[in-house]
Ligand binder design. Sequence first.
Ligand SMILES: *Cc1c(COP(=O)(O)O)cnc(C)c1O
Length: 404
Amino acid sequence: MSSSVIDLLATEARFGAQNYQPIGVVLTRGEGVWVWDIEGNRYLDCLSAYSAVSQGHCHPKILAAMVEQAGRLTLTSRAFHNDQLALFYEEIAALTGSHKVLPMNSGAEAVESAIKSVRKWGYEVKGVADGQAEVIVCADNFHGRTLGIVGFSTDAETRGHFGPFAPGFRIIPFGDAAALDAAITPNTVAFLVEPIQGEAGVIIPPAGYFKEVRELCTANNVMLVLDEIQTGLGRTGKLLAEQHEGIEADVTLLGKALSGGFYPVSAVLSNNDVLGTLRPGQHGSTFGGNPLACAVARAAMRVLVEEGMIENAAAQGARFLQGLKDIRANTIRDVRGRGLMLAVELHPEAGRARRYCEALQGKGILAKDTHEHTIRIAPPLVITSDQVNWALEQFATTLTQDLS
Ligand SMILES: *Cc1c(COP(=O)(O)O)cnc(C)c1O
């Protein structure tokens, strides 16, 4: 079997569904903020697998927990108890201040599970007539790729030719509290929203938006469901992005960095009411809450706190943001971010962001374009000052070129 870059790309193209268009680099090894391709070139990872590898690639303590657990017990299903689940519950509840936990695997499954749960809460606690529950969501949302979720996407590529879709969703503009006020009806059970819209291009809502959202949800007995799958676990410089807004969600969704990139682990966190409506047999997952997932997630949460990664995200994120703002380049239209969730939006005339990402690859930086003109930057939370400085030099030389 041959394994040159060209052969591997051709084999992928021949056998794989073409639902991705990756940058032409084939990675084989990772450590901390760095990854290496099969030709031995080293890159600073400025995507972190969309924030799943926040703790850095192959973190030794998470690896050790995974290997130890994998040699002991990996899967029992929830037909039996396992000795890791209770500890996972206890530690994630303590970390996030939650009352109840529902373990799932992918982020999309956590979102689907939350929608099922808030609907059930709506019928059984709020008293909405059966079949009438409404969930409000935002335009330009990204909550995953399952059928239920893509049905309330506003992106044509995401939805196109995948219907028919489930009813029961209302779409309002992001960052507009008056629109939420107008959209709420007696049948509204929840408002599902990202604290910062990541896939949309790191869109930060106006100051005070979430305070108003919180008040509207409370006043109307509507569950506020924050999708923190990308923003959570330190990415924005606080444990949860809601802490920047001084609010608390009723339901919080975590995924991605919950396993430090080792394994798909997600969770729905809630007050007692919402998850309390689920009875035996009404929801489940073969792999959800398995001992390997729990052991990995426990280690991933532990290193995040013990190694000061959240504080580091705040400090290095502020430096990175300022450094990007200081770059004087005609190509740049806007620079924004919070913590280590950053984006550079290019002027449309500057050419496509993908060209700049390819140029960055040549300088040893892997970053990802989103929506044609935006480069998102989300390195592991373990990045150092020297590494930020080096990355800024590469961004400065790349962004001052005209690649249109
Ligand atoms: C990545 C992501 C999801 C979906 O997670 P998957 O593990 O890919 O299913 C949902 N919501 C947000 C905000 C995300 O960034």
